[in-house]
Design a protein around this ligand. Structure first.
Ligand SMILES: Nc1ncnc2c1ncn2[C@@H]1O[C@H](COP(=O)(O)OP(=O)(O)OP(=O)(O)O)[C@@H](O)[C@H]1O
Ligand SMILES: [Mg+2]
Length: 256
């Protein structure tokens, strides 16, 4: 069981900004949760606190019912993929993928043969087998994104965190990668928390969406439930109206 819990979690930055206010949110084992909300609503702050990259001002964060507030980032067993997927530019795909495994020490260290097998199977899953000897600059945007994903997944993280991982890609690639992320999730069953401000992305990826506004959780339910039964005016405007506008615009485009 790999569950994540935010219990009354608040983040106040040093300058007084309260980015997250008394957040209560649970993610269950194997679930794909999308944190959705407009720019500045506290999505990245929430993810960064869970990752151990940002202190928690108040409340508890638990992984598998163990409080992790004071645990260093590296000890939390998380995999992370961010918007700016900084691959090591001087390393080829194979080296980028194996880097984390090679750095492990003690009992966690796999043999070189095991690392080679892990890299090959990850590359196969992400359709990168032909690209293993290429440098990041020799890859397309989508391929680079898949290397970043592979780098996080190869360590078999307990929880996978993604913060707007597709926002650098064009519409076509975004669409394609969304499908791949969902497929991978189904294959690996890894508990996943995915941050986006994109309503369509949330609707297509999530088992459940948690909608934030100004650091406050507005609604937390399956995507279609939020669409059909918005909890308040904010969700109505940000999610329902937005999706309906897209639908209407698309319709008009084709009818005229
Ligand atoms: N280091 C910081 N110091 C002070 N305030 C910060 C800091 N980082 C973020 N904030 C503020 O906290 C709030 C939430 O920021 P956060 O980055 O979590 O938003 P977000 O939902 O991820 O937005 P976006 O979609 O634009 O990435 C914002 O008002 C932001 O200005
Ligand atoms: Mg952000």
């Amino acid at each position: 069981m790999v569950s994540v819990k935010f219990e009354n979690v608040t983040k106040k930055y040093d300058d007084g900004t309260e980015a997250v206010s008394s957040l209560n949110l649970s993610v269950s084992d194997g679930e794909f949760l999308v944190l959705l909300g407009p720019s500045g609503c506290g999505k990245s702050t929430t993810l960064r606190m869970l990752a151990g990259l940002e202190d928690v001002s108040d409340g508890n964060i638990k992984i598998d019912d163990v409080r992790v507030n004071d645990l260093p980032a590296g000890a939390r067993g998380l995999g992370m993929v961010f918007q700016s997927y900084a691959l090591y530019p001087h390393m080829n795909v194979e080296e980028n993928l194996s880097f984390g495994l090679k750095r492990a020490t003690g009992e966690a260290r796999l043999s070189n043969e095991e690392i080679k097998i892990s890299v090959e199977s990850m590359a196969k899953m992400l359709e990168l087998s032909e690209e293993l000897s290429k440098l990041p600059k020799e890859l397309s945007g989508g391929q680079r994104q898949r290397v970043a994903l592979g780098r996080a997944l190869i360590k078999r993280p307990k929880v996978l965190l993604m913060d707007e991982p597709l926002s650098n890609l064009d519409a076509e690639l975004r669409h394609q990668m969304r499908g791949e992320i969902r497929r991978l999730h189904e294959e690996l069953g890894c508990t996943t928390i995915y941050v986006t401000h994109d309503q369509i992305e949330a609707m297509t990826l999530a088992d459940r969406i948690a909608i934030l506004d100004k650091g406050i959780l507005q609604q937390n339910c399956p995507p279609l439930e939020a669409y059909h039964k918005p909890a308040n005016e904010f969700v109505e405007g940000f999610l329902v109206k937005h999706l309906n506008d897209i639908r209407d615009t698309t319709k008009t485009l084709f009818e005229e």
